[in-house]
Design a protein around this ligand. Structure first.
Ligand code: AP5
Ligand code: MG
Length: 213
């Protein structure tokens, strides 16, 4: 099963992806996580990407298309994969179509997690993520049992650099201008599966499983 998780910043793509890994045994491909790893390791790519990410802009298409293509070609994606945060522009979606066609693969479902902008700011400014395993939490909506510590692995929790109010505002605008057109793009291909992204995290997971069959 090859799926795309589509949705605005804070919709719950990463949260749901972590649950889907366990249920379906397919890897999560998050271009955001890959870019943050490059920033942390201070690679050439990371140094270039950081200025875009810190201001809430998208990293250039050519960079992320290359990253995603290499990752989809790896052995653990043979039985399926889920794309989290890619594609995010129409040119990225078109490039993905070509990459998959060349590999003899296709997308089965585009799970579009719908959450109103008014809810997203609070979700993002309260997010905390585990440094060690990447598990996400929220200080109010999904708090860890011990403040600052991961329930899963005991790792230290941190706040993302782009989760401040000013940058989140930019990210939401960028989503509306550049990523929202993908809803029509995938609707036209009959791949769009809209999901109400408001409610308990486990309920939303149930809605996603229902469309995946
Ligand atoms: P990326 O890392 O992809 O960030 P994003 O798309 O902005 O999405 P988020 O990770 O912020 O949100 P999410 O939907 O995963 O939410 P989460 O599950 O954590 O991208 C970061 C940057 O990298 C971009 O700005 C860009 O610069 C660059 N980039 C990445 N990909 C790119 C691409 N393809 N092209 C160009 N540039 C690219 O949940 C959020 C919070 O809400 C958590 O605290 C969680 O606990 C909580 N929560 C989850 N579900 C619920 C619920 N049901 N109720 C209440 N709270 C909830
Ligand atoms: Mg995420």
């Amino acid at each position: 099963m090859n799926i795309i998780l589509l949705g605005p910043p804070g919709a719950g793509k990463g949260t749901q992806a972590k649950m889907l890994i366990d249920t379906y045994g397919i890897p999560q491909i998050s271009t955001g996580d890959m870019l943050r790893a490059a920033v942390k390791n201070q690679t050439q790519l990371g140094l270039e990407a950081k200025k875009f990410m810190d201001s809430g802009q998208l990293v250039p298409d050519s960079v992320v298309i290359g990253l995603a293509k290499d990752r989809i070609g790896q052995a653990d994606c043979a039985k399926g994969f889920m794309l989290d945060g890619f594609p995010r522009t129409v040119p990225q979606a078109e490039a993905l179509d070509k990459v998959l066609a060349d590999m003899g693969k296709k997308i089965d479902h585009v799970v579009s997690i719908e959450v109103a902008n008014s809810e997203l700011m609070g979700r993002l400014t309260g997010r905390r993520t585990c440094k060690a395993c990447g598990q996400g939490f929220h200080v109010m909506f999904d708090p860890p049992k011990t403040a600052g510590k991961c329930d899963k692995c005991g790792g230290e929790l941190f706040q993302r650099d782009d989760d401040n109010e000013a940058t989140v505002g930019n990210r939401l605008n960028v989503y509306d201008a550049q990523t929202k057109p993908l809803i029509d793009y995938y609707q036209a291909k009959s791949l769009l599966r809209p999901i109400d992204g408001v409610g308990a995290i486990t309920d939303i997971f149930g809605r996603i499983k229902a469309v995946m069959g």
